[in-house]
Design a protein around this ligand. Structure first.
Ligand SMILES: NC(=O)c1ccc[n+]([C@@H]2O[C@H](COP(=O)([O-])OP(=O)(O)OC[C@H]3O[C@@H](n4cnc5c(N)ncnc54)[C@H](O)[C@@H]3O)[C@@H](O)[C@H]2O)c1
Length: 360
C-alpha cells in the first residue's frame, strides 16, 4: 500500500529535488516557488514577463494609473519575496527552444512545472495564435528538453484547467468524466494534456496533470471576478450579478492549490508514472456568495442584478476525491475564510498605494 502523504514525507521526498517553473513569475508560479523554498527545494523560475506581468502592465491602456501602480506593487512584491527566498530567476522566452534549453541546462532541474499561457479564456479568444504558442509551443519545448535528457528530469507537471470539462453535465465532475472543451483556451489545454500523455506513453516521461479552478489570492493581477468584485467595491462601482448571481464556480485559494501540487510531486513515482488530479476546494459556490463576502469586508459595496448572459459556461464542483485518496489532500480554505482574508489584504494594499501616490 502507498505511504500516506504527510508534510514530513513531502519534505523527505522532495529533498534534493530541483524544480524549474516555466512561466513561474506568474500568480501560481511565484506562490509555488515560495512554498517549495519553504521546504528547502531549489527552485528556478523561467519567465519572459510578457503576459499578465511587468511588460503587459506597463503597456495596458485599459486600466487607470492607480490600478497600474497597484499591479506594479503586487509584481514587485512577487520578485522581492522570491529574491529573499533564494529563488533563481531567469528571463527567457520558452517559445525559443535554444533559450529555454540553455536556461534549463544551467539549472539542471529534476522536475519541470509548465505554467506559461494566456491564463484567461476571454483574452485567449482574442488572440488564438498567440494562445496556441504560449501554451503549446512552450510545452513542446519543455517535453523535447525532457525527452533529450531523460536521466535528469523525473517529472513534468502540466498546469491544465477545469475548462477542459466544458459545460458540466452533472453537479460534480471527477477525472473520469470525458473532457468536452469549448473554445481556444480550453482546447489548447486539452491538446496539452494529450501531448504530455503521448510523451509519457511513447518516451516514458513521468507526468502529472493538474486541473485547477477559479483561483484567487494575494498578488494576483489576472482580473478575474474575485479581483474585479473587490476593486469595484473599493471604487464605488456595482458588483454585477448576472441572473441574480446564481452561476457557480469551484473557487480555490492559492494556498490550497500549491499544497496539492507539491503533494502530487512528492507522491509521483518519477519517470514512467502518470497522474491527473483535480486540485480545487471541491465545493462550487455562487457568484452571489462571493459578492456577500466582499460586502462583509466593504459594507457599502453595491450588489446589482443583471439579466443572464445566455452563452455563459455551466460550471460546478470538481471532485477532489482522487487527490484525497492518493495525496491525502484536504483543502483548508473555504470562501468565507480564504476570500475574506484576500479581500482584507486587498483593502490594505489599496490604501497603502493611495497613500503613497498622494505623497509622491
Ligand atoms: N489562475 C487560475 O485560476 C488558473 C486556473 C486554471 C488553470 N490555470 C493555468 O495555470 C497556469 C498559470 O496560471 P497563472 O494564473 O499563474 O497565470 P499568469 O498569467 O499569472 O502566469 C503566466 C506566466 O507565464 C509567463 N509566460 C507566458 N508566455 C511565456 C513564454 N513564452 N516564456 C516564458 N514565460 C511566459 C507570463 O509572463 C506569466 O508570468 C496557466 O497555464 C493557466 O492557464 C490557471
Amino acid at each position: 500500500m502507498a505511504q500516506k502523504i504527510t508534510p514530513d514525507l513531502v519534505k523527505k521526498r522532495m529533498a534534493g529535488e530541483r524544480v524549474s517553473l516555466v512561466g513561474g513569475a506568474g500568480f501560481i508560479g511565484h506562490n509555488l516557488a515560495l512554498a517549495l523554498r519553504q521546504i528547502g527545494v531549489e527552485v528556478q523560475i523561467v519567465d519572459n514577463l510578457m503576459q499578465n506581468n511587468m511588460l503587459a502592465n506597463v503597456s495596458d491602456m485599459d486600466i487607470d494609473d492607480f490600478r497600474r501602480q497597484l499591479n506594479h506593487n503586487f509584481l514587485v512584491q512577487r520578485f522581492e519575496m522570491m529574491r529573499n527566498a533564494g529563488v533563481v530567476m531567469d528571463n527567457a522566452d520558452a517559445r525559443s527552444m535554444t533559450d529555454l534549453a540553455e536556461t534549463l541546462k544551467r539549472f539542471q532541474p529534476t522536475k519541470i512545472v509548465h505554467l506559461s499561457a494566456i491564463s484567461s479564456a476571454v483574452d485567449a479568444k482574442k488572440v488564438p495564435g498567440h494562445c496556441f504558442d504560449l501554451q503549446l509551443v512552450t510545452l513542446r519545448n519543455v517535453l523535447e528538453f525532457t525527452r533529450l535528457f531523460p536521466n535528469e528530469v523525473n517529472e513534468v507537471v502540466f498546469m491544465s484547467s477545469s475548462t477542459v470539462y466544458g459545460d458540466f453535465e452533472t453537479e460534480t465532475v471527477d477525472e473520469n468524466v470525458r473532457p468536452r472543451p469549448y473554445g481556444i483556451y480550453a482546447n489548447a489545454k486539452f491538446m496539452g494534456e494529450r501531448l504530455i500523455r503521448t510523451y509519457h506513453d511513447q518516451y516514458g516521461l513521468g507526468i502529472t496533470i493538474i486541473r485547477p479552478s477559479a483561483l484567487y489570492g494575494e498578488r494576483c493581477i489576472s482580473r478575474r471576478v474575485s479581483q474585479v468584485f473587490i476593486e469595484n467595491a473599493l471604487m464605488g462601482k456595482p458588483l454585477l450579478l448576472e441572473g441574480g448571481g446564481d452561476g457557480r464556480l469551484d473557487f480555490t485559494y492559492i494556498e490550497d492549490l500549491v499544497d496539492g501540487i507539491i503533494r502530487s510531486m512528492a507522491a509521483t513515482a518519477g519517470a514512467g508514472s502518470s497522474n491527473t488530479f483535480n486540485i480545487t476546494f471541491g465545493n462550487a459556490r455562487t457568484i452571489l456568495e462571493l459578492a456577500n463576502v466582499v460586502k462583509s469586508v466593504v459594507p457599502n459595496a453595491i450588489l446589482e442584478e443583471r439579466p443572464r448572459d445566455v452563452i455563459k459556461p455551466i460550471r460546478g464542483t470538481l471532485s477532489t476525491e482522487r487527490a484525497r485518496e492518493h495525496l491525502n489532500f484536504v483543502p483548508n480554505w473555504p470562501l468565507e475564510v480564504g476570500y475574506k482574508r484576500y479581500c482584507e489584504w486587498y483593502v490594505d494594499q489599496w490604501e497603502r498605494t493611495r497613500h503613497r501616490m498622494e505623497f509622491n
